[in-house]
Design a protein around this ligand. Structure first.
Ligand SMILES: [Fe+2]
Ligand SMILES: [Fe+2]
Length: 135
């Protein structure tokens, strides 16, 4: 089974953040395996909670970095993170109620959400930080 991975278009160019995005992708792959193996509800929700937890920690770490660097788009980015956490929670709840069947829709939806966020928001600060010598 091919693993999910980020493409070149989702590289931010700031190592600590790219590493954390890698951890999120690993967590999504673990979740995908759990779903595909037909593991029980308990194991699936544990994986989902882990992904959400990593995501929340990553957002805090990213916001701290942007704050330290006085990034001008910080408040907008922070709002996008808050929206993201709501969206991911909704996707998980919908899947939990069986409104999406099978493993592919949930995982595809999650991956699309992360990709969208990274491409729309994270790459913007990447260039800005690189221009100020932060890699
Ligand atoms: Fe972000
Ligand atoms: Fe990020």
């Amino acid at each position: 089974m091919a693993l999910l991975s980020w493409t070149h278009a989702s590289t931010v160019g700031v190592k600590a953040m790219d590493d954390q995005h890698g951890i999120l992708m690993d967590a999504m792959n673990e979740l995908r395996l759990t779903l595909m193996n037909g593991s029980g509800h308990e194991q699936t929700s544990a994986r989902l909670e882990q992904l959400i937890d990593f995501t929340r920690k990553h957002f805090q770490s990213e916001e701290r970095l942007l704050e330290q660097q006085d990034f001008p788009g910080l408040s907008e980015h922070r709002a996008a993170h808050a929206r993201f956490l709501v969206q991911i929670r909704q996707a998980v709840d919908r899947a939990g109620r069986g409104e999406e069947t099978g493993s592919v829709p949930l995982i595809s939806r999650l991956r699309a959400l992360y990709l969208e966020h990274i491409e729309e928001f994270d790459r913007g600060y990447g260039q800005w930080l690189n221009d100020r010598g932060v890699y």
